[in-house]
Write a protein that binds this ligand. Structure first.
Ligand code: NAP
Length: 255
């Protein structure tokens, strides 16, 4: 379905959302495996620290909601490396929210970072990938995008839309030799989930998540989802009619 990547030596990888969590762990793993990494997010100091000891690393601070900044970062990568082999969009924002807690500003920020930014990232990269006639683009969405879940009032819909966006992009780009990947993690212990006040089943470390992502790239799969013991259950729930899904999800989550 997609070109496989198992030998990372010399691969040029741009990570958007590399300053903490899964993105930081992925940057470390890729650099250890011999890839050249370009680190983007807003916190420049954290990325400068992370880049120490990573040969050929580029630090390109950038707000993912700023399309002009994305274009400028891409241009710096092209000037330094001549092109990109893989670009991964990990930038994400999460504010747990229930219907009676709706916060418009937080909702708009999640839509901007989780969805509009991902689209702007794709728009910034697609002409380059098509010109190269090779390369891949990946989006970190979430199993929270599979179906409605309590507390994911706005986060869930942004991730559901991102899943649909990646699917649609694959249909357009795969026939032209461009890889498109959708990465759907379950729960990972990062600053994003530290605010959760409920038990998170099958919780992974960012390092585990990064290892799963690299295992996924070694296959041609469109969707890289993990941990399987959790994501497979959610995939079954996704198939159920609403009259079964709603009571089951309320029972599992206690919501
Ligand atoms: N943790 C989980 O359980 C889990 C599960 C499923 C999916 N995910 C997804 O995984 C991705 C990574 O999340 P994480 O858990 O590793 O949390 P994290 O540590 O908070 O990472 C989020 C990253 O996004 C960056 N970011 C946020 N807003 C940005 C903006 N406007 N412009 C550029 N970068 C921005 C952050 O950097 P700056 O603040 O420096 O900009 C940070 O590098 C997210 O898309 C998240 O939705 C996480």
């Amino acid at each position: 379905m997609n070109p496989r990547i198992s030998d990372w030596r010399g691969k040029r990888v741009w990570l958007m959302g590399a300053s903490s969590g899964i993105g930081e762990a992925l940057a470390r793993k890729l650099a250890d495996a011999g890839a050249d990494v370009a680190l983007s997010a807003r916190r420049a100091e954290r990325m400068a620290e992370l880049a120490q000891g990573m040969p050929n690393a580029l630090v390109l601070p950038c707000d993912a909601t700023d399309a002009a900044a994305l274009d400028a970062a891409r241009e710096r990568i092209v000037a330094s490396w001549g092109g990109v082999d893989l670009a991964v969009y990990l930038a994400g924002d999460y504010v747990p929210m229930r219907a009676w807690e709706f916060e418009r500003q937080a909702a708009e920020r999640m839509i901007a970072v989780n969805l509009t930014g991902a689209m702007a990232f794709a728009a910034a990269l697609t002409p380059l990938l098509l010109k190269q006639e090779r390369g891949q683009i990946a989006f970190v969405s979430s199993v929270a995008g599979y179906r409605g879940l309590p507390k994911a009032l706005v986060y869930g819909p942004t991730k559901a839309a991102l899943i649909n966006f990646a699917e649609t992009l694959w249909l357009d780009l795969a026939p032209r030799g461009i890889g498109v990947r959708l990465i759907n993690p379950g729960f990972v212990a990062t600053q994003l989930t530290a605010q959760n006040d409920f038990a998170m089943p099958a919780l992974l470390t960012p390092d585990d998540a990064a290892a799963e992502i690299l295992r996924g790239f070694a296959t041609g799969a469109f969707e890289i989802h993990f941990p399987k013991r959790f994501t497979r259950l959610l995939k079954v729930l996704r198939l159920l009619p609403y009259r079964l899904y709603f009571p089951l999800i309320r029972r599992f989550t206690g919501a």
